[in-house]
Write a protein that binds this ligand. Structure first.
Ligand SMILES: C[S@@+](CC[C@H](N)C(=O)[O-])C[C@H]1O[C@@H](n2cnc3c(N)ncnc32)[C@H](O)[C@@H]1O
Length: 377
């Protein structure tokens, strides 16, 4: 029988808990706040539910969410001791019987992404925890990544272990329905290459993966607020062409790329005739979202422009800008330009900002199943 619980967990950027709680209160008021640490929040559901029946909410400020089955705690942060306690827990034992499960292990971020050179994602502690959990797992509980046959078995549920404190691990589970559900803790595994001139490279890579924007090699992008050029590089590295708009200096490495052109101007100053071939617009302007949206609107609503989609970074310059009603107004404004598929997410590599992806229709989304990229689902 599927194991049930009344609790749900959400992971988020440290400091985004108030925004997440506000969003839950507005969108799923039946979830009652239960527990919070920076980057990890739990809520009580109106009734118990099992992992495969739980419909996750796609929340702007939750990197991932799932069912929460409680926690184990040891005197020290010894991974072997904690892993043993995990597998002794009644809920973990019951979940193990429904295996093989994917194993998702992550630690709360200690800082804002990019602060002190720390980026979200796996680290030495999480690798040690994974090894200990695998070592102590009951037979058949987890998908065996080393076994070729097992690799082909796509598990439908992830067994989650959130390292909320080094010596306090929380047990969870969530259904694997979308590509984002397959990222432990909601963080895709990315690494900026040596030549990346800014960490916006990671932001762009994550934005492309999350949004499923169906851009093709040779497509032409406008980037508003492109300097020094990391995000443009991420586009250029996958074969896109980019016109970068920014009054600030672009790194010479990016300027030298044959498929990059710099317009040394503010977003409001460029002529539409300079960019009419653009299929996609991305923006990362360090100003209020209204300003970014004004700049984008001027382009997408021009009769000679045919922009298929948008990937915008919107800055949370104040707490007010994270309020659900303010984000809803932003989404409504983008929809009014003819984009019916508009989604928002605070990406793991976002700082005090979030990402908005917009496509003309949902059918445009690039859906990846069994390694095959399908277009126009
Ligand atoms: C966060 S940085 C962009 C980082 C960049 N996307 C990258 O990949 O390296 C914000 C940029 O917005 C630019 N900016 C500010 N106001 C602008 C405007 N009105 N039009 C275009 N760019 C603007 C700044 O000069 C700055 O380079």
């Amino acid at each position: 029988m599927a194991v049930e619980t009344e609790f749900v967990y959400c992971t988020c950027q440290p400091g985004a808990e108030p925004a997440l709680k506000g969003e839950v209160a507005a969108r799923v008021p039946e979830w009652k706040f239960a527990f919070s640490r920076p980057g990890f929040v739990t809520f009580k559901l109106p009734a118990p539910v099992s992992a495969n029946r739980f419909e996750p909410m796609r929340l702007t400020f939750a990197r991932t969410s799932g069912l929460s089955f409680g926690r184990v705690e040891a005197e020290s942060a010894d991974p072997a001791a904690l892993a043993k306690l995990i597998w002794e827990h009644g809920a973990a034992r019951q979940l193990a019987e429904t295996g093989p499960l994917a194993l998702h292990v992550w630690a709360r971020d200690t800082d804002l992404p990019g602060e002190n050179n720390v980026e979200p994602g796996p680290n030495a502690e999480t690798f040690a925890a994974v090894a200990a959990l695998r070592e102590a797992a009951p037979a058949g509980a987890l998908v065996d990544r080393s076994n070729e046959d097992e690799k082909k078995t796509a598990s439908k549920v992830a067994f989650d272990v959130a390292m909320v404190e080094p010596n306090q691990w929380w047990i969870g589970a969530h259904a694997l329905r979308s590509r984002v559900d397959r990222w432990p803790g909601g963080v895709p595994r990315l690494e900026a290459p040596q030549h990346a001139v800014s960490r916006a490279y990671l932001k762009m890579q994550e934005g492309l993966r999350w949004s499923g924007i169906p851009a093709q090699k040779g497509d032409y992008w406008i980037e508003l607020g492109c300097a020094p050029g990391g995000a443009s590089q991420a586009l250029l590295d996958v074969g896109m062409r980019v016109v970068g708009v920014d009054p600030a200096e672009v790194d010479p490495v990016v300027l030298a790329h044959p498929d990059f052109e710099h317009l040394n101007a503010r977003a409001s100053e460029i002529g539409v005739d300079e960019v009419t071939d653009a299929a996609w617009i991305t923006a990362d302007i360090n100003c209020a979202p209204q300003y970014t949206l004004d700049g984008v609107e001027r382009l997408v609503t021009h009769p000679s422009m045919h922009v298929r989609g948008l990937l915008l970074t919107l800055k949370l310059l104040s707490l007010n800008l994270a309020k659900p009603e303010v984000i809803a107004e932003t989404i409504a404004r983008v929809r009014s330009w003819g984009y019916t598929d508009v989604r928002t997410r605070q990406l793991a590599h976002n700082r005090r900002e979030y990402c908005l992806a917009a496509l003309r229709t949902r059918g445009q989304r690039r859906v990846k199943r069994s390694g095959v990229v399908k277009k126009g689902r």
